[in-house]
Design a protein around this ligand. Structure first.
Ligand SMILES: C[S@@+](CC[C@H](N)C(=O)[O-])C[C@H]1O[C@@H](n2cnc3c(N)ncnc32)[C@H](O)[C@@H]1O
Length: 281
């Protein structure tokens, strides 16, 4: 994933010594995800938008369910579901992330092997649905992405809110590699391998390098379409969402990201930015 401007605090992950001993899901969680900040953001803005607390959350494209686990930890009334197609990744999440929850917390979370496009059932009525780390970019046509947004909307409570992130700036069309040292003694490499300006298709890989031994090449690969913020706003409206808000990261005096995202109508022509969107049912 593109590096957010704010340097994230990362938890240490030991032992992460070589490509042979390292676990790619653990490396991904350390390098890419920061569920506490994500849940802080989502719960704060849900309350601002609706005047109540979010209690029912669905993490679409949940992978290991890392963020859903954080949500159930936050409050005894919080319940979460995670949806993903890939059963080995879900199994890893149950073994490593859900296993760290108390038995009571484990009762309030379920990771399900489901397609996010499929109807979720009339009883769902989630307060919040999340689609983070650009996972919805797998939908490469306007029709497919609109259909996904409509499926999300149908699974939300009357005042439910869909939160998603997006990435932009002129560097996202560049074939390049971005390297970052991570806690635990490994290097994360975001490889923007191929961008096709005629289709918008973008293929990216994640590689991991270690102090010793060979790299773990192509630990993860993504075949995406590069979507822009105006296209997302239009498609969310076409799917029936009544209001979309874009949250832009604020900067400190040195021009560095602060990790605080605020509603904005206009952005800056940055080389690379990550922004959040909320879409109200
Ligand atoms: C980028 S990864 C997970 C990212 C995770 N949400 C995060 O924030 O880091 C994308 C995940 O989407 C899952 N996926 C792809 N298409 C899907 C679909 N139609 N329904 C459910 N999961 C899907 C993949 O199996 C993969 O685990």
């Amino acid at each position: 994933m593109p590096t957010r401007r704010t340097r994230r605090t990362t938890s240490s992950a030991k032992p992460l010594l070589t490509a042979r001993t390292a676990d790619k899901h653990r490396l991904y969680q350390v390098a890419v995800q920061h569920p506490p900040a994500e849940i802080d953001f989502v719960t704060h803005w849900f309350q601002k938008l609706t005047g109540r607390h979010a209690r029912r959350l669905c993490e679409d494209f949940c992978g290991t369910g890392h963020t859903a686990c954080e949500f159930v930890r936050r409050h005894k009334d919080n319940v979460a579901e995670g949806l993903d197609l890939h059963s080995p990744t879900l199994a890893w999440g149950r073994r490593h992330n859900l296993a760290k929850l108390t038995p009571e917390q484990q009762q309030r979370i379920a990771l399900l092997q489901r397609n996010v496009l499929h109807p979720r059932g009339a009883d769902k009525a989630f307060d919040v649905i999340l689609a983070m780390n650009f996972s919805y970019w797998i939908f490469k046509t306007r029709d497919a992405l609109r259909a996904y947004f409509a499926a999300v909307r149908a699974a939300l409570a009357r005042d439910g809110v869909f939160f998603l992130d997006t990435w932009g700036g002129w560097e996202c069309m560049k074939e390049m590699k971005d390297r970052r040292r991570c806690a635990g003694g490994f290097t994360y490499i975001w490889d923007q391998h191929r961008y096709d300006p005629l289709t918008g298709d973008l293929t990216c890989h994640i590689h991991f390098e270690f102090k010793r031994g060979p790299a773990m090449k192509r630990a993860f690969t993504y075949h995406w379409r590069l979507w822009t913020v105006p296209e997302l706003k239009e498609l969310l409206a076409e799917a029936g969402f009544r209001r979309t808000t874009v949250y832009w990261e604020t900067e400190n005096a040195h021009g560095n990201g602060t990790g605080v995202f605020l509603p904005r109508k206009h952005g800056l022509a940055d080389a690379s930015f990550v922004a959040y969107l909320s879409a109200e049912k």
